[in-house]
Design a protein around this ligand. Structure first.
Ligand SMILES: Nc1ncnc2c1ncn2[C@@H]1O[C@H](COP(=O)(O)OP(=O)(O)OP(=O)(O)O)[C@@H](O)[C@H]1O
Ligand SMILES: [Mg+2]
Length: 334
């Protein structure tokens, strides 16, 4: 039985569409990644599945159960870790987990066992008896994940579960999620960390403006992008104007199909070329002769960010960078 089925989901907030037409299927034991820029409709989709929003159109099923008709039954078989952490600050971590164990009608023994397992997995033992109000953001997030996993749900909805986690905990969560496959648990995961989706997801849907733009395994999506990739890394502290001039120069080269400036990687120029051998042999001397401070040139496979760029017209990493810049500017203005 399909673990999650979404058929032509539509959801508006007032007159504004959040999800326009979204269909997907997740099988038991599969990790399914939802990738999309801010406002694409990822959280809205999860909230509709979690019975927290009423869809305006389309149908959803969790473990074969209609979300519209049997919301209570659906809630019993899914775990939802929301993007925003909302916990009762006057409880301790252990008390919150006990509350969740009660909500899901776990027996005392089972509840105690599962709570202990979650406290260990997310390394929360030393915080278990402290008030949640005193936790740091990362610890709250860990507790949130522990609550979502506690009742051993068949279907897990994880909305950016590892934001704010340190790298060690993130790796542990990844290992744990991978382990869920063999238990037949289905996971729907959103993340802005492309690496996370690449490492974990069996299938990926790239969504933008409430629609699925591309769908498949990470490898299928990368193959579909086609073309060989070359990265021209410029020397550290290369001014933006010089890097931009590099784009103009490269656009005039016959074997270069596409040039993108990747500002998150110290002004690297990412190229799609028709002939990597030619590119590797000729580009360095050409760009240096034109006065561009080239640090290195290397060949690479398409990444999920390349897929994202081709499908949505923007790089996910650049979109995030722009977001950071806008936030910084807004702060300065205050
Ligand atoms: N409660 C709400 N009321 C009004 N509009 C909303 C509400 N929640 C979401 N939206 C709008 O719906 C659209 C989709 O939002 P959603 O939160 O699903 O995006 P997302 O893909 O999860 O984005 P992000 O990556 O930023 O988390 C956005 O335009 C957003 O502004
Ligand atoms: Mg979201």
């Amino acid at each position: 039985m399909t673990a999650i089925a979404i058929d032509h989901l539509q959801k508006n907030y007032g007159t504004k569409p959040a999800v326009v037409d979204l269909s997907l299927k997740v099988e038991p034991g599969q990790i399914y990644g939802l990738l999309g820029p801010n406002g694409a409709g990822k959280t809205t989709t999860m909230r509709c599945l979690a019975t927290l929003e009423r869809p305006d159109g389309g149908e959803l099923w969790v473990a074969g159960i209609s979300v519209r008709q049997y919301p209570r039954e659906v809630r019993a078989c899914l775990g939802y870790v929301a993007q925003e952490v909302a916990q009762d600050k006057v409880l301790t971590g252990r008390e919150l987990l006990e509350l969740h164990a009660d909500l899901y009608h776990l027996s005392r023994a089972e509840g105690r066992l599962r709570i202990q397992r979650m406290l260990e997995l997310l390394e929360l033992n030393e915080y278990a008896t402290d008030l949640i109000g005193s936790y740091s953001g990362g610890i709250k997030k860990r507790l949130d994940i522990a609550c979502g996993l506690l009742h051993n749900p068949q279907v897990l909805l994880l909305d950016e579960p590892t934001v704010g986690l340190d790298i060690n905990t993130r790796l542990k969560v990844w290992a744990f999620l991978k382990g869920l496959r063999s238990q037949g648990i289905a996971v729907l995961l959103t993340s802005h960390y492309l690496e996370e989706i690449d490492v974990l997801a069996d299938r990926v849907a790239i969504i933008d403006q409430g629609r699925v733009l591309a769908e498949g395994t990470p490898d299928q999506l990368k193959t579909r992008v086609g073309g060989d990739r070359i990265t021209v890394r410029l020397q550290e502290f290369t001014p933006l104007e010089l890097a931009t001039r590099g784009i103009a120069l490269l656009q005039g080269v016959d074997f270069v199909r596409e040039v993108v400036l990747n500002r998150t990687q110290g002004n690297a120029l990412n190229l799609v070329v028709t002939s990597p051998e030619q590119a590797l042999a000729r580009l360095e001397s050409y760009l240096k002769a034109q006065g561009l401070p080239v640090f290195s040139i290397g060949q690479s496979r398409p990444s999920l960010d390349d897929v994202f760029l081709i499908t949505t017209g923007q790089s996910l990493q650049d979109a995030q960078m722009a977001q950071v810049e806008i936030t910084a500017q807004t702060r300065k203005k205050k």
